[in-house]
Design a protein around this ligand. Structure first.
Ligand SMILES: Cc1cc2nc3c(=O)[nH]c(=O)nc-3n(C[C@H](O)[C@H](O)[C@H](O)COP(=O)(O)O)c2cc1C
Length: 189
């Protein structure tokens, strides 16, 4: 069965991003594995952690728990990322997650010419976000960053952004905006 990795960076209990993500997930076929970033409490990479990871990789111990998120990412068929639009990008937990999974020799390697070559299975990434205001053209940094990383390092050529905007604008009809975003999501995924 197809594996869907749901990287959940939602923070608030009443998260609208999570609500939109549920609609997207309901339309995908496969077994969903969820990583709740707010509960995972991933550490920023310190020098000690980098050295430890290098040592683990050099001894060929890819089963080490420190590499579990990278292994899980490499084995997924579809990546779904749900992250609220924070400070033009996403919550810091998403960067901490990518620091965990960008592992040379596990999720990607470098070719002799120095280009990253994917070691991941996934072919598709769906990024879901909601914003208080508008997401202006060229300022969808969360999606653009995930798309660039997924394409450049993990060989995921098919990326898609599902979004709902202007939710915190005074007088906004939140239910209508969300309903429209869900309808649009179901059309494009
Ligand atoms: C820490 C923080 C930063 C935010 N930064 C932005 C921002 O840069 N631009 C924007 O339009 N909305 C911003 N917002 C509003 C959220 O994007 C908006 O409320 C979103 O729907 C929250 O998603 P959620 O319901 O999944 O928590 C921010 C909210 C928070 C809490």
């Amino acid at each position: 069965m197809s594996k869907i990795l749901f990287i959940n960076a939602c923070v608030r209990p009443e998260s609208r991003t999570y609500d939109l993500a549920k609609t997207v997930l309901s339309a995908l076929e496969g077994e969903v594995e969820e990583v709740k970033l707010i509960e995972a409490e991933l550490p920023n990479l310190t020098n000690e952690l980098i050295e430890l990871r290098d040592e683990i990789m050099s001894t060929g111990n890819a089963e080490h728990p420190m590499l579990r998120y990278a292994r899980q990412f490499a084995e997924a068929d579809t990546i779904v990322i749900a992250a609220p639009y924070w400070d033009l990008i996403f919550p810091a937990t998403v960067r901490a997650y990518f620091e965990q999974i960008c592992v040379t020799g596990l999720t990607f390697r470098y070719s002799h010419e120095g280009f990253p070559v994917s070691l991941c299975k996934a072919k598709r990434m769906i990024y879901i976000t909601t914003a208080g205001g508008p997401i202006f053209e060229g300022f969808n940094f969360g999606y653009d960053y995930c798309k660039a990383l997924c394409e450049g390092y993990f060989g995921i050529k098919d990326s898609l952004c599902v979004k709902a905007e202007n939710l915190d604008v005074w007088g906004a009809d939140v239910s209508a905006i969300m309903a429209e975003a869900k309808e649009h999501a179901l059309k494009i995924i």
